[in-house]
Design a protein around this ligand. Structure first.
Ligand code: SAM
Length: 472
């Protein structure tokens, strides 16, 4: 039975409720009146239920689909402005004892090079990331209690926060590691992590169990209830995701929204982010074997429908997607992207030779961070290296209330401009710097509060003189 407040995975992600929602969505995909009503409700910017969102995802009325895209674009503008937050993944270790059928780290893969960074390696990797201009990382590791115990992850976090290299610093470390205990989540919180990210891969229990035949990740309930445990351990920013391509996209779209509703109802705060990764080719993995791949058009529709269903949740698109595809979805609701990512262990300091492959998957966007930053600015976006909210304690519901108050233009926008200015001063090419300086000048007009604007101008001048790390 479906119960949003239940602590049990199979009750807050109810298979029957998903199947009924999908049947309802299918029956109403041409129901002009109902679709119109749902779009009107979405315009209130308070979100939609999973069932309502499923109807919009299925909608086959062309004019209504255009309304959905236009609304997603408007909500993205109103809530997140034209800022895009930048980050990079850092792969710590690809040792793994799980049997995930889609992931090259799976235990039976004997030809992938197994690697684990030492603390000295981490210093080199982070220096390379800082030399590009990154300030925010997402740590990635396989699940292996012997090779990658929680103590190892904690030590890595401590090392990373401690590295001061030229003008650089990693100011926010997010963590994407396997589901774990409340006690371990508490340790991660104490180590100062930003968001705890864990992808569900698929919400369909049967398919989940088939895709994870062996290892601790096989346990559907333990994995699905992980975010509740993370919140019990004091982490209030959690990031959800499904791996599109593994299972029916309609099922997983509905499931992820049910998960968001559960966190909001049961824990008082919804997910901080939703990621929308798509399955990629990798060592020992052929994505065509999984016949649930989605087209770029459906991918864009999923992004738009998530945007209007959960306006307060950030959305992340990684370098799994190509430049062209990222360009297509940015304006529909994406708030964070990765840039210049390497999915190999140690790949930032020393690019890998082909026969030494430790990568998790092939990336589609291979551009440098400088190229990505320039491209974003030319498209009218402000690349942001901001980490202020988390460092000022604006996490969980405190972050959500800032978003809801509309004060973001006088807080996030100045922070974005100041961190972009740091990037331009310290890392940008001459061409990128020119584009960026002109953009900052223009974007200052968005800061409406005269007092704040005066301060930003003062801080920007100080950054030019060599001072760093101003924030609101
Ligand atoms: N080991 C941790 C876990 O089990 O959740 C998390 C780290 S794993 C490095 C990060 C994510 O990469 C996985 O959750 C999965 O969704 C994604 N991934 C795995 N194989 C992939 C592939 N072939 N293409 C795209 N993404 C993949």
């Amino acid at each position: 039975m479906y119960q949003v407040m239940s602590p049990k995975a199979e009750e807050f992600i109810s298979h029957e409720e998903i199947m009924e929602s999908l049947a309802y969505a299918g029956q109403n995909k041409g129901n002009r009146e109902l679709i119109g009503q749902i779009i009107e409700k979405a315009k209130l910017r308070k979100g939609l239920s999973h069932r309502e969102a499923a109807v919009l995802l299925d909608c086959e009325l062309e004019d209504k689909n255009q309304e959905i895209y236009a609304l997603a674009e408007q909500i993205k503008k109103d809530f997140y402005g034209n800022r895009i937050v930048m980050f990079a993944p850092l792969y710590l270790s690809n040792y793994c004892i799980n049997g995930c059928e889609y992931c090259p780290y799976h235990l039976k893969n004997k030809h992938i090079a197994r690697k684990k960074l030492t603390q000295e390696d981490i210093v080199k990797e982070v220096a390379a990331l800082q030399d590009m201009g990154h300030k925010r990382l997402a740590l990635e590791a396989g699940e292996d209690p012997v090779n990658n115990p929680i103590e190892y992850i904690l030590e890595c976090i401590q090392t990373i926060y401690g590295i001061k290299h030229k003008n650089g610093a990693i100011r926010r470390v997010n963590v994407n590691i396997a589901a774990t205990t409340v006690e371990n989540y508490r340790k991660l919180k104490e180590a100062g992590i930003g968001t705890y990210i864990l992808f569900q891969e698929t919400y369909d229990k049967k398919s989940y169990e088939k895709l994870h035949p062996t290892g601790p990740k096989h346990d559907y309930a333990y994995h699905t209830e992980a975010m509740d445990r993370a919140m019990d351990g004091g982490i209030d920013d959690v990031g959800l995701g499904v791996l599109f391509g593994l299972n029916n996209y309609r099922y997983d779209f509905t499931g992820i929204l049910m998960h968001a509703e559960h966190l909001e109802a049961y824990k008082g705060v919804g997910p901080h982010t939703i990621s929308v990764p798509r399955l990629r080719r990798a060592d020992d993995i052929d994505p065509d074997v999984f016949d649930n791949g989605i087209s770029d058009e459906m991918f864009a529709k999923i992004v738009a429908c998530i945007r209007i269903a959960v306006p307060y949740t950030g959305m992340i698109v990684s370098t799994r997607e190509s430049k062209a595809c990222r360009e297509k979805v940015l304006h529909l609701g994406v708030s964070q992207i990765s840039g210049a990512s390497k999915t190999s262990v140690g790949g930032y300091a020393e690019p890998e030779e082909e026969e030494d492959n430790s990568a998790q998957f092939d990336v589609s966007d291979n551009r440098t961070l400088d190229e990505v930053v320039k491209w974003l600015m030319e498209l009218g976006y402000v690349p942001s290296f901001c980490t202020a909210c988390y460092r000022e304690g604006r996490t969980g519901d405190r972050f959500m209330s800032l978003l809801k108050s509309g004060q973001i233009v006088n807080c996030c926008h100045p922070n974005a401009l100041m961190t972009l200015k740091e990037y331009l001063e310290d890392y940008a090419s001459e061409d990128t710097k020119k584009v960026g300086e002109a953009l900052i000048e223009k974007e200052l007009d968005v800061v409406t509060n005269p007092k704040v604007r005066g301060k930003v101008e003062e801080y920007l001048a100080n950054i030019h003189k060599g001072e760093r790390d101003f924030r609101f």
